[in-house]
Each structure stands twice: as C-alpha cells, then as structure tokens.
Ligand binder design. Structure first.
Ligand SMILES: [Zn+2]
Length: 313
C-alpha cells in the first residue's frame, strides 16, 4: 500500500493530491466545491475524482493506504465534524461516510487549520522539530497544535482555535463567532485592515496609508517596511496582541517551534521578527529563544497534512 490521497476541502474548491510513500506528492489538481448540499454529494465528487485518477495512473484501489480529508470546521478526537457554516452542513462523522462512498479505508478527517499545521510539521517548516504551534493569518486566524508528533484535536475539536482566544475583553464589536475581543478581530487580514482604519481615523498623523483609497493588510506591512511611522505603530499594535496570544498559548503547550502562515505571512521576515519580539516581551526569559519560522507549503499545506495523517498513523 504505497499510495494515498490528501484532500483539502475548501469553500470554493477541493484540492486533491496523490502521494506515494517513497516520492511524496505525485500529482495535484482541483475540483469545484458543491455548496449547500449534503456532504454525501461532495464525497461523491471526491470519490469520482479519486476513481479517475486511479484509472489514469494505472493504480489499483488495493494499493491505496487511505485518504486524508480536511474539513472547514472543528473535528473532535473521535472524528465528529461539527456543523460547518461555510459549506452548510450539520454535525457528521465525515470519515465513516467517506469510507463507504470511496470504498477505501481508513479515511482520516481533521480540521483544515490543524491539518495544515500537520503538513508544515511533516513536510515543511517544522520537519526538524517534534512539536509546533501554527498560526494561519488569513481572512480569519486559524491555528493548530502538534504535540508528540500528532495533531491535538481535543475532546470537542476546539484545541487549536487560537484565533478565538479572547485578547481584548473590552471590545464592543462582535467576531464572526459571536464573541467579542477575539484575536482574529485584530490579527487576521481583515482584522488588521479594521485596526488600520481605526488608527487612521483617530489621529491626524501623516501617513502614506492616507494616499490609498482602500488599505489592505499587504499595504500596511509594505508601508511599515518602508518606515512609515503610523503603519509601524499599527503593525506593532497587532503584533503585540499576536505575540501575547502566542505567549499565552506557550504557557499551556510550550512547543519547540512557532510557525506563522497564511496570506499575511507573505510580509516575510520583517513580520516574523516583529511578532517574535512582541512574544519575547510577554513570556518567561528562559522561554524567549523559541524557534519562529514562516510556513513553507503555502496553499498546499492542507493536502500535505492530509496525506501525512495517512502515512504517519
Ligand atoms: Zn471569535
């Protein structure tokens, strides 16, 4: 059983990867995600894509060690995927349904951010370490905890939901999750834009950001790198909250490495250094020298992590 599939289910497309135990990723492609339908139909689409790939590559089903699936919602340690708003599903044991529809077992399922962290752990930035904590700074803030070589899912699938750690109990605006003051409201791409707009409104300080019609997270970091004072103030502010959240998380799991991924992480070493500095200000001295790294696998972290769930178990 030398092959497996790593499948990353997203809101608009499903990323598929065929992996071999010896050679890693052999082929990757995408199929569109069906929306608002039962998971059964989506699993059938994946099943069709798998069958076609097997046929095209002359691989028999008996040679498949298993399938790894990501899902855009919390997955508990016993495999229950909780209602996923993005795709419009209720609670479902996705892996069990998938095994029947694919005619392949086992099928492992994990939350997308957790599985991406596992991808970085196995094939990317965390290849050399035994534990890591990953923060994905995108539209939201995703998180994943890898401990003792495994994804920490938790009893209800909530372990790793670092983006919804309360970082400001006095926030008056609601997060997407319904709470107020979540890290995601500050440190996601959308959160950074929100904070930038607030800073721009509250001061008269000159800034190159004022020349832009609409500020994006990328603009913010670009201008900070160029030395724009207000942009620097804003990036320091959001990095401070992020650094505090990372420090808080380290008081619980103390991993070997922190990985920062997601679209915002394309701001690169400048962003990584700033977050690391803010982290160090908020943690015990002996814990300050933790390794910080940028994610390496970008959009493929999900399929790599999904494949790793099969080959590593
Ligand atoms: Zn939240």
């Amino acid at each position: 059983m030398d092959y497996c599939f790593g499948v990353d289910i997203g809101g608009t497309s499903i990323k598929m990867g065929l992996f071999s135990r010896s050679d890693g990723l052999l082929k990757n492609w995408e199929v569109p995600t069906r929306k608002g339908s039962e998971p059964t139909l989506l699993l059938r689409d994946i099943s069709e894509a798998i069958e076609l790939c097997l046929k095209e590559n002359g691989i028999r089903k008996e040679e498949i060690a298993g399938v790894g699936l990501t899902a855009p919602g919390p997955v508990s340690e016993d495999g229950l995927l909780r209602g996923t708003v993005n795709i419009g599903w209720g609670d479902v044991y996705l892996g069990k349904e998938a095994e029947v529809i694919f005619g392949i077992a086992p099928v492992f399922v994990g939350n997308d951010a957790r599985v991406a962290a596992f991808g970085e752990f196995t094939f990317g930035a965390g290849k050399e370490v035994n534990s890591l904590l990953m923060f994905t700074l995108g539209t939201g803030v995703g998180g994943g905890v890898i401990l003792n070589g495994q994804i920490l899912a938790g009893k209800t699938g909530t372990a790793g939901e670092i983006g919804h750690m309360t970082i400001n109990p006095f926030e008056t605006i609601s997060c997407n999750c319904g709470k107020k003051g979540c890290l995601e409201q500050y440190a996601s791409a959308t959160g950074m834009v929100r904070i930038a707009e607030r800073f721009l409104e509250e001061t008269d300080k000159a800034s190159s950001l004022r020349k832009l019609e609409k500020v994006t997270a990328k603009d913010l970091w670009d201008e900070a790198k160029k030395g724009d004072e207000l942009a620097l103030e804003i990036t320091e502010y959001v990095s401070r909250l992020l650094g505090m959240a990372i420090a808080n998380a380290c008081y619980i799991v103390d991993p070997e490495m922190i990985v920062i991924g997601g679209g915002v992480s394309q701001a690169g070493q400048f962003l990584l250094d700033m977050i690391q500095r803010k982290y160090a200000e908020n943690v015990f001295p002996h814990c300050r020298d933790k390794k910080f790294a940028l994610a390496k696998l970008r959009n493929d972290a999900g399929i790599y992590g999904a494949a790793a769930m099969v080959f590593e178990k």
